[in-house]
Ligand binder design. Structure first.
Ligand code: SF4
Length: 115
């Protein structure tokens, strides 16, 4: 299989937007990264054009988006200190809504970069 090399690729995973990454791909997936951190490397190597997951999961089982939203709302309503967490690879509008949700439910917010 032919190897493709892309220089100066941009990573959009955490928000730092590193734009000096070199990627090696074999036609199906990215096989090697240069200059990406561990998060960026994982993101590039584990995202393919394949559809790997269902639209939503509840307790690890496939579920409808509607049921997953209801389950999330139930968890947040019952939580003593709800945490809105994640937010990598999402839009500014999504982050804005997440902050609004955290304020509405009296929770706290954090991103995966605190790892
Ligand atoms: S995840 Fe790493 S490589 Fe990607 S933008 Fe953030 S710091 Fe850069």
């Amino acid at each position: 299989m032919e190897l493709t090399i892309v220089k100066n690729a941009t990573c959009t995973f955490c928000g730092c937007v590193c734009d000096d990454i070199e990627l090696h791909a074999d036609g199906e997936r990215i096989t090697h990264t240069k200059a990406a951190c561990v998060l960026g490397t994982s993101w590039f190597k584990n995202h393919t054009a394949e559809r790997l997951y269902p639209d939503a999961l509840i307790d690890g089982q496939p579920a409808s988006v509607e049921d997953a939203i209801q389950a999330a709302a139930d968890h947040l309503y019952q939580a003593d200190m709800p945490l809105v967490y994640g937010l990598s690879n999402v839009t500014c509008e999504t982050q804005r809504e997440a902050v609004a949700l955290a304020e509405l439910i009296g929770g706290v917010i954090d991103s995966h970069t605190s790892l």
